[in-house]
Design a protein around this ligand. Structure first.
Ligand code: GAR
Length: 215
């Protein structure tokens, strides 16, 4: 499966996808990386991995649609089958979502549907949740609202601040996104009626409790 990745910044999730794709037998290959911001750190990760990387600066376009048309043109020229958003901080238009419907996934730093949007870690601390985490989901027209493919949870610990919690979640992101990409690329993920069904073997005895249970 040929994958295109859209980024806006440091690109640590992109790096985790590049590393996964470089492992033997991984069922996907990243063919192009596009940043909407010039100088995004993630562009260097792509180039270091020998992957084509370019900037399409949204500020150079008259409106969202014109910017997105250029992005789609570049992705299609690279033969992209699946589009991964990895810290891409532009809201995408309904037309872009329709064009990539069922072929565009995103990682979001919360256990959706909790905390869509920005500042998820500060909002999780403010809400007092004991578990926080990240989600990989198909993109639909609702911001951070599409069918969920996978989630990873981390505990919220006493004394956490938003930066510390973000770092713990990011570690989970770097494991979750490649795992979800693998499931999608292997055809083990099906999207029906706005929900994801996964044909994969999971151990149902695995549970996560925070705080841990006492024996
Ligand atoms: C990640 O935490 C990602 O989940 C988040 O931005 C960060 C990008 O980091 N994405 C969003 O908030 C999208 N709504 P990265 O550039 O190091 O991958």
């Amino acid at each position: 499966m040929k994958v295109g990745v859209l980024i806006s910044g440091r690109g640590s999730n992109l790096k985790s996808l590049l590393d996964a794709c470089a492992t033997p037998d991984f069922p996907a290959q990243i063919v192009t990386v596009i940043s909407n911001r010039p100088g995004a750190g993630g562009l260097d990760h792509a180039r270091a991995a020998g992957v084509a990387a370019e900037t399409i600066d949204h500020k150079d376009f008259n409106g969202r649609e014109a910017f997105e048309a250029e992005v789609t043109k570049a992705l299609e020229a690279a033969g992209v089958d699946l589009l991964c958003l990895a810290g891409f901080m532009r809201v995408v238009s309904a037309g872009f979502v329709r064009h990539w419907q069922g072929r565009m996934i995103n990682i979001h730093p919360s256990l959706l549907p909790l905390f869509p949007g920005l500042d998820t870690h500060a909002r999780a601390l403010e809400a007092g949740v004991r578990l926080h985490g990240c989600s990989v989901h198909y993109v639909n027209e609702e911001v951070d609202g599409g069918p969920i493919i996978g989630q990873a949870a981390v505990p919220v610990l006493p004394g956490d601040d938003p930066a510390g919690l973000a770092a713990r979640v990011l570690t989970a992101e770097h494991r979750l996104y490649p795992a979800c990409l693998r499931l999608v690329a292997e055809g083990k993920v099906r999207c029906r009626d706005g929900r994801v069904a996964i044909s994969a073997d999971f151990d149902p005895s695995e549970r996560l409790f925070s705080p841990p249970l006492e024996d």
